[in-house]
Design a protein around this ligand. Structure first.
Ligand SMILES: *[C@@H]1O[C@H](CO)[C@@H](O)[C@H](O)[C@H]1NC(C)=O
Ligand SMILES: *[C@@H]1O[C@H](CO)[C@@H](O)[C@H](O)[C@H]1NC(C)=O
Ligand SMILES: *[C@@H]1O[C@H](CO)[C@@H](O)[C@H](O)[C@H]1NC(C)=O
Ligand SMILES: *[C@@H]1O[C@H](CO)[C@@H](O)[C@H](O)[C@H]1NC(C)=O
Ligand SMILES: *[C@@H]1O[C@H](CO)[C@@H](O)[C@H](O)[C@H]1NC(C)=O
Ligand SMILES: *[C@@H]1O[C@H](CO)[C@@H](O)[C@H](O)[C@H]1NC(C)=O
Length: 425
């Protein structure tokens, strides 16, 4: 009796366990704090509503992902543990992977998004695309909720995202990376961004921004990358930019910047890239008054800078690998000191008014793989050794220099510089 009673008890216990398990599977979301990754209910619901706002009403998070920080992870969502409970830390929305959810036509930034208490990173990629969605702009309200959490904010490839950058972004004091690239954003740049002193990356390229660059951006002393290329920014380069002492990459190409390149730029000792091409910069080349020994790429083409290359101290930029100075109204001769830039790989001097001879010393630059001097007023015979033409091929361009000639009539046409006449005896 006793034995069989014990057996019955065991069977009943097992059955109860099975019912319990089935119950858990069916009502997983209700038992969220017993199985899986425990979350505060408001946090979990905020997550569902926020994502539903982006992908559409059909998406039922609690059905599809009852345990979003545990055994039913949502693609693009990461979580972390704070005092024994799970919170959302990263959200990536949009078509990042083949199987990511597309954004809805009538998407909205749900007010629930801003209830996520520990959100560190928000990224919206290739999401707001079709004009029928829009116009959708970044509403200025609510962002203050993220002021002590968010470190990275990225909107990339959203042509349907229009309007200005909200000034309230200036309150996101933990922000280290603000990337707003290839959207339809416009208006002037908010002064308040200059308050984000932890910022390391400020990328605003490929939008429709206008107006001047705020002087306050010179306070971003921890900035490593500043890229505002491909906008319609105007005015002068702020003198305050000498304060961007950590800067590695500075790209303002394809805007309408005027005035001179301030000599304060040479305070930027760690700068490796300076690209100011395709602007309206004038006033000569005087900025490298001090050594800029980190500078590897200097790209200033398509600006009416109109000066000669003799007054520039090329020894101060001795690490240059890329030097692109085409279409700048340059006059005078090409200084022999340029052949002292031992790391040079690319030298572009097309479409200027450079005169005199092309120094054969340039052939001593072992790493040089491209040299373009098309469309100048260079004269005399080219005096490079035969091996130079063999090495360079079409990456040596010297056509449209009416008084330049080539002395090796017998060299095969394949390596002969294109468009340069053979010298007359
Ligand atoms: C999701 O589904 C559950 C149960 O299937 C339902 O109770 C809930 O209302 C749905 N939520 C939404 C937002 O549709
Ligand atoms: C410049 O780079 C060096 C080496 O990476 C680093 O030690 C230094 O702190 C940097 N300077 C500034 C002002 O960030
Ligand atoms: C370029 O700047 C000059 C002044 O330096 C100005 O007169 C001219 O209109 C500007 N050009 C464009 C296209 O903005
Ligand atoms: C040329 O390039 C090589 C390999 O990229 C590099 O190691 C070297 O420092 C460069 N400079 C010179 C002068 O050879
Ligand atoms: C080119 O140089 C020659 C002298 O070498 C000079 O006579 C001529 O005016 C120059 N042409 C231009 C367009 O600068
Ligand atoms: C440059 O040369 C090419 C052919 O070599 C010619 O078609 C072109 O018109 C020339 N351009 C100028 C500005 O002289």
């Amino acid at each position: 009796m006793g034995l069989s009673g014990r057996t019955d008890g065991c069977v009943i216990f097992v059955m109860l366990m099975m019912i319990g398990l089935i119950g858990m599977c069916v009502n997983g979301e209700n038992d969220g704090d017993e199985v899986g990754a425990p979350m505060v209910k408001t946090e979990q619901e905020a997550l569902y509503s926020a994502i539903q706002g982006f992908v559409g009403k059909w998406w039922n998070g609690s059905d599809l992902y009852p345990d979003p920080c545990g055994w039913t992870p949502i693609q693009g969502v990461s979580c972390d543990l704070f005092d024994g409970l799970w919170y959302v830390t990263d959200i990536m929305i949009g078509q990042i992977h083949d199987n990511s959810l597309p954004c809805a036509q009538n998407l909205e930034f749900s007010p629930h998004l801003y209830k996520l208490q520990h959100l560190k990173s928000l990224s919206v990629f290739n999401c707001i695309i079709s004009p029928t969605q829009g116009p959708i702009s970044i509403r200025p309200v609510n962002w203050d909720a993220f002021s002590s959490t968010i470190e990275s904010l990225e909107f990339r490839a959203n042509p349907g995202l229009t309007g200005p950058i909200p000034a309230s972004f200036g309150n996101l004091k933990k922000l280290q990376s603000l990337v707003l690239i290839d959207n339809g954003l416009s208006g002037s740049l908010p002064v308040s961004i200059g308050r984000l002193t932890r910022l390391q990356r400020l990328v605003l390229s490929g939008n429709l921004f206008t107006g001047k660059i705020p002087e306050s951006y010179g306070d971003l002393s921890e900035l490593l990358i500043m890229d505002m290329s491909r906008n319609s920014l105007s005015g002068n380069l702020p003198l305050t930019f000498g304060g961007l002492t950590s800067l590695l990459k500075f790209d303002l190409s394809k805007n309408q910047i005027e005035g001179e390149i301030p000599s304060e730029i040479s305070n930027l000792k760690n700068l490796t890239l300076l690209d100011l091409s395709n602007n309206n910069i004038s006033g000569g080349l005087t900025f490298a008054s001090q050594e800029m020994s980190s500078l590897e790429e200097l790209i200033l083409s398509n600006n009416p800078i109109s000066c000669d290359l003799m007054s520039f101290n090329w020894l101060n930029v001795h690490s240059l690998m890329v030097l692109e100075l085409s279409n700048m109204g340059l006059t005078g001769e090409i200084p022999v000191s340029i052949s002292g830039l031992k790391n040079l790989r690319y030298l572009g001097l097309n479409d200027n008014k450079l005169s005199g001879n092309l120094s054969p010393k340039l052939a001593e630059l072992r790493n040089l793989t491209a040299l373009y001097v098309n469309g100048n007023n260079l004269t005399g015979a080219l005096e490079f050794p035969r091996e130079f033409y063999m090495k360079m091929g079409r990456r040596f361009g010297a056509r449209n220099n009416s008084n330049l000639c080539f002395p090796m009539a017998k060299l095969s046409a394949r390596v002969r510089p294109f468009g340069v006449n053979v010298c007359r005896k």
